[in-house]
Write a protein that binds this ligand. Structure first.
Ligand code: NAP
Length: 223
């Protein structure tokens, strides 16, 4: 039986992201949330077809799902759901969280976790009001993204939504997926930035070579 179908857990965090590729920043964020919010488990949910990136080049969902599985397999309280990859059309979080609410029942505490910079966009997401009825949110901090924007955003929310919006301070790891893609394209090392099985997968499948990257990525960084 898929662990997705275990319904006995009552406090579950859903880590949503494009994960192109997943990296240690995401994993450290997930572990921090697990610990700080005393959750029963964390479910990584790679976006199948990211709703907000219709025109950008995103690596195939299967590759991103496989890398996420490889990266999280050593942690017994991490698992990965393919619900968004298996679903047709844009990956709207409202559809995903409705699915998990049905699965875990009305009493479970469901938390949607994502980066502090992604969280401030939530009011623009499909049926954002409905989403607040289904789950709470946890914003993971990251270096380079001042939390003032997040707190300003949270202060403007109606009281019920404000209470549903949590933040977790993640140990500073200045890793980003876009930087990793640039590094692979330029032949720079990604060792210790990405879990080794995912790193091996990237090279074995020739992901993020320069043919997939746009001109801005191929250009060397000017210091
Ligand atoms: P993104 O715009 O690619 O990422 C925004 C920022 O948040 C990036 O700096 C990213 O860093 C960081 N980030 C993303 N996921 C993170 C995580 N789980 N923990 C810590 N940092 C994280 O956003 P995205 O990853 O595509 O989307 C985030 C989630 O929001 C996804 O589940 C997506 O489906 C959902 N979303 C839903 C809608 C909708 O329903 N209409 C619209 C937009 C987004 P990295 O680049 O290093 O990952």
């Amino acid at each position: 039986m898929s662990r997705d179908l275990e319904r006995s857990d009552s406090r579950i965090g859903f880590m949503g992201g494009t994960f192109d590729p997943i990296h240690h920043g995401h994993l450290v964020a997930a572990e921090s949330v697990y610990e700080n919010f005393t959750l029963d488990r964390i479910v990584f949910v790679p976006a199948g077809s990211p709703a907000h990136k219709p025109d950008s080049r995103v690596t195939s969902a299967r590759h991103r799902l496989n890398m996420t599985r490889l990266a999280s397999e050593s942690n017994p309280h991490f698992e990965v759901s393919s619900v968004e990859v298996d679903r047709e059309g844009p990956s709207y979080t409202i559809d995903t969280m409705k699915h998990f609410r049905r699965l875990y029942g009305p009493e479970a505490d469901l938390y949607f976790i994502t980066g502090v910079d992604a969280v401030v966009q939530i009011p623009e997401w499909k049926n954002a009001g409905g989403l607040f009825e289904i789950c709470k949110f946890i914003a993971a901090t990251r270096p380079g993204y001042p939390t003032e924007n997040f707190f300003r955003f949270r202060d403007q929310l109606p009281p019920k939504q404000r209470r549903a919006m949590k933040v977790v301070a993640v140990p500073a790891l200045a890793i980003s997926s876009s930087d990793l893609r640039r590094r692979v394209c330029r032949g720079s090392s990604i060792k210790y930035l990405v879990p080794e099985p995912a790193e091996d997968y990237i090279y074995a499948h020739g992901l993020y070579d320069c043919s997939e990257q746009d001109e801005a990525v191929r250009r060397p960084i000017a210091f």
